[in-house]
Design a protein. Structure first.
Length: 395
């Protein structure tokens, strides 16, 4: 592994140099693309208020019914692709489309890096509850190389999964000439993007690349010796985009048509698809029912904590506040207790998967630790501005 170069996260992600926290939830202005208004409230909280007070959900559901009526097959053939892992959210979307709206979904799963036992069990339970599924598992050699490269270059070992998770369902739609692809929530508005997107039912490929890929394409990793043929499996290229346009394939968010509440999705999936949570909480947070299927999940969230001071617990707690399940004070206590917890459980498997030593792992971590967020005291790294020290601050 070549010598690590210190990354400038302020410059790379356009982060403000001064940390501020939302007055309603616990998210800071260090989350990429989040916006704060003049009252110190983040765009995700404003969208939550908008969902509660300004959207006519009955009319939105009527829109969904018309959309399904237009695309529904007459002979029972597949008429909608639902990307999913067997998790609570995709299970909810697929089950609703099939059983409430009479659609004929095909579920498409881009395999995790390393399956957890509960992840495999939940996918099997989902299939057993009445769904056809295509599991796409990329070459282990290629996927490991990409994961290591993304860990070093982007500070996110999860990026190869994100590439495949988006591109694979569209490839299935193209191959089967299915004109509708349904994702769960619009992450940009649910978690902090601009309110100008509040009323969009779908997302263009260009916007998705900018938001989810950080404007990095699979071909950016050619320097790691990965062939064009292998990299093409991870993205949508000009020929693919032309086919999508020519076939009239549309991507929609279920959260546009039904108010998105992750906890409700969990209960629904337990009842209807046999979904099971972890028996113990996930490392880095208090929850047991989200991001369960991949042993590398924890490192995605841990790197976010290093880069943005924004870990898994903070993200979970913020959404629970917006959904009215906990108070801000309760969220602050949870963040103080769990956020940034090191994902020790699968650490040795992560090192083996990426073919790196523990020393090399920590070199990469330190290359992404931004000085405007972190300070070393008594030999330990600490956040300069943790939310529990900001809770009563008026600035």
């Amino acid at each position: 592994m070549r010598e690590m170069i210190k990354k400038n996260t302020i410059e790379k992600y356009g982060l403000p140099a001064k940390v501020r926290f939302c007055k309603k939830c616990v998210v800071s202005n260090q989350r990429p693309r989040i916006l704060f208004d003049d009252f110190g409230v983040c765009s995700a909280c404003r969208f939550a208020e908008y969902k509660q007070s300004s959207i006519n959900w009955k009319k939105r559901e009527e829109e969904l019914q018309r959309l399904c009526d237009f695309h529904r097959s007459k002979n029972g053939s597949y008429d909608v692709v639902v990307p999913g892992s067997g998790g609570k959210d995709s299970n909810y979307v697929a089950h609703m489309l099939k059983n409430k709206y009479g659609m004929n979904p095909i579920s498409v799963t881009w395999a995790p890096h390393i399956y957890t036992d509960i992840g495999r069990k939940n996918l099997s339970a989902f299939i057993d509850s009445g769904f056809d599924n295509i599991l796409i598992t990329p070459s282990g050699v290629t996927h490991k190389l990409l994961t290591k490269a993304a860990f070093i270059e982007m500070g996110d070992p999860f990026q190869p999964f994100i590439f495949g998770q988006y591109s694979a369902p569209f490839r299935v739609a193209i191959q089967n000439q299915i004109k509708l692809v349904f994702y769960g929530e619009d992450g940009e508005v649910e978690y902090g993007g601009a309110m100008k997107h509040a009323d969009r039912a779908s997302l263009s490929y260009e916007d998705f690349v900018a938001n989810r890929f950080s404007s990095v394409f699979p071909e950016s990793f050619k320097k790691y010796g990965i062939s064009d043929i292998e990299l093409q499996k991870y993205g949508l290229f000009e020929a693919d985009l032309k086919k999508i346009k020519d076939l009239g394939i549309q991507q929609h968010f279920f959260s546009y048509y039904h108010k998105w509440v992750p906890q409700d999705n969990f209960y629904y999936s337990v009842e209807h698809t046999g979904f099971e949570p972890n028996p113990i909480r996930n490392e880095g947070t208090f929850s047991k029912y989200a991001s369960l299927d991949d042993k590398l999940d924890g490192f995605h969230f841990y790197l976010a904590y290093i880069k943005f001071g924004h870990g898994r617990c903070l993200s979970d707690a913020a959404h629970e506040i917006r959904d009215g399940h906990i108070t801000r004070e309760e969220a602050v206590m949870l963040v103080k207790k769990f956020d940034g917890e090191f994902p020790q459980k699968y650490f040795s498997e992560f090192l083996e998967y990426c073919d790196i030593t523990e020393e090399q792992f920590h070199e990469v971590i330190e290359s992404w630790r931004s000085e405007h967020l972190w300070i070393k005291k008594d030999g330990d790294w600490r956040l300069r501005n943790p939310v529990w020290e900001d809770v009563n601050r008026d600035d």
